[in-house]
Design a protein around this ligand. Structure first.
Ligand SMILES: Cc1ncc(COP(=O)(O)O)c(C=O)c1O
Length: 396
């Protein structure tokens, strides 16, 4: 009989020659269970997605309830669909008053696309700015503001009038001018390996955008929904964006994304041309129901409260001569090793030992640690013991 692995390799498009090839039969809470009976402690949450763990009962209930009512009814923005309206309301309740209008989509990269269009249309300008080592998604607009030349070059021509500046460099802020429609920035850079900008940089960035009339787009697709210990990471910098992006963790395991802006800005999509941004499946009612349940779970289980304590426990336990240092903003963590080769050997063996970690797109000597926020102290201890033993096994 043909195995699933054979079908995967033969018929599913591959994006690298070394996929992880873990075959999961079931996932629950912090754990994934392989078809071979192997159990994996998930320290990466499907790359920043399962913030409330796998198959959270509250999320499952919301999905079941919505399935019993309706699934897709109509393209986005025409019908009044309860889950969409309730989610939009709940999202706004987490935000400053000015950010009061939500456009729902299917993914992160679509949120980026919508926001870039909105900024160009609202300002009447064309220049877009982003930062070195930024990752904003894989479609052509999002790729245009990607901060890694090696990722983009093979796909040119991309969007014109894109400028890349250094991240966290105040001197480069003067490149944001009255020609700039928007600067897009991850509040904490994810794929660069968890790079946290200075508070004063973020405040000067905000001020510069306001001065020259450029919109500030904060990409919280990886940092949002509590990952960094506050519901949104921007809360830690004392600033507000003009447009906010979210996806990944917002769906509790279902696909969804959004860009959020003041109503006055969003309104430009209504005219010249009418229907300025369209999506068929954006804000799918089942995904919206799951997202609302995720938001309520984070609130009612007080998941934000534990984030800093749990992150500190990781920092306290993950001490080893081969770990050069740890960067973290809440439970968005990067443990640095001396090289990719060393890190890869550790990650591969850790999987065999039952702990799933990963590296970063633009930082291949650092281990990604971003567990569900529901991780317990015992599970952190278990994970760290396995990781430290794995490093010893592989490197000594
Ligand atoms: C910061 C950031 N922006 C955008 C994206 C793209 O999101 P998606 O993969 O849902 O299209 C990602 C995905 O990793 C991301 O980390």
């Amino acid at each position: 009989m043909v195995s699933l692995r054979q079908l995967f390799l033969k018929h599913q498009a591959q994006t690298s020659d070394f996929p992880l090839m873990i075959e999961v039969e079931k996932a629950e809470g912090l754990y994934m269970y392989g078809s071979d009976g192997h159990r994996y402690l998930d320290l990466i949450s499907g790359i920043g997605v399962s913030n409330v763990g796998h198959r959270h009962p509250r999320v499952l209930r919301a999905i079941h309830d919505q399935l019993d009512k309706y699934m897709h009814l109509m393209v986005y923005g025409e019908f009044v669909q309860g889950p969409q309206a309730q989610l939009a309301h709940a999202l706004c309740s987490t935000l400053p008053e000015r950010l009061n209008n939500v456009y729902l989509l299917n993914s992160g990269t679509e949120a980026v696309e919508g926001a870039l269009k909105l900024a160009k249309r609202y300002t009447g300008r064309t220049e877009l700015i982003s930062c070195r080592n930024a990752y904003h998604g894989s479609t052509q607009g999002a790729l245009s503001v990607n901060g890694s030349e090696s990722f983009k070059n093979a796909f040119r021509p991309l969007l014109p009038d894109v400028r890349i500046i250094r991240h966290n460099a105040v001197e480069d802020l003067e490149q944001i001018t009255n020609r700039t429609a928007a600067i897009i920035l991850e509040t904490v850079q994810g794929e660069a390996g968890v790079r946290i900008p200075n508070k004063s940089y973020m405040q000067q960035l905000r001020q510069r955008c306001t001065e020259v009339g450029a919109l500030l787009i904060l990409d919280e697709i990886q940092t949002g929904f509590g990952r960094t210990g506050t519901f949104w990471a921007f809360e830690q910098f004392g600033i507000e964006p003009d447009i906010l992006l979210c996806a990944k963790g917002m769906g509790g395991g279902m696909p969804i994304g959004a860009f959020i802006a003041p109503q006055e800005i969003m309104a430009v999509f209504k005219n010249d041309p009418i229907l300025g941004h369209l999506t068929t499946f954006g804000g799918h009612p089942v995904s919206c129901a799951a997202s609302l349940a995720t938001l309520q779970t984070i609130r009612e289980e007080n998941l934000l409260e534990g984030v800093e304590r749990k992150a500190n426990l990781f920092r306290q336990l993950l001490v080893h001569p081969r770990i050069i240092g740890i960067r973290n903003c809440g439970l968005m963590m990067a443990a640095e090793f001396e090289s990719f080769e060393v890190l890869k050997a550790v990650i591969d063996r850790a999987i065999l030992n039952g702990v799933l970690t990963d590296w970063f797109l633009f930082c291949d000597n650092s281990m990604r640690i971003a567990p569900p926020l529901t991780i317990t102290e015992e599970q952190i201890q278990e994970a760290c013991t396995i990781l430290l033993n794995t490093i010893d096994e592989v490197l000594d």
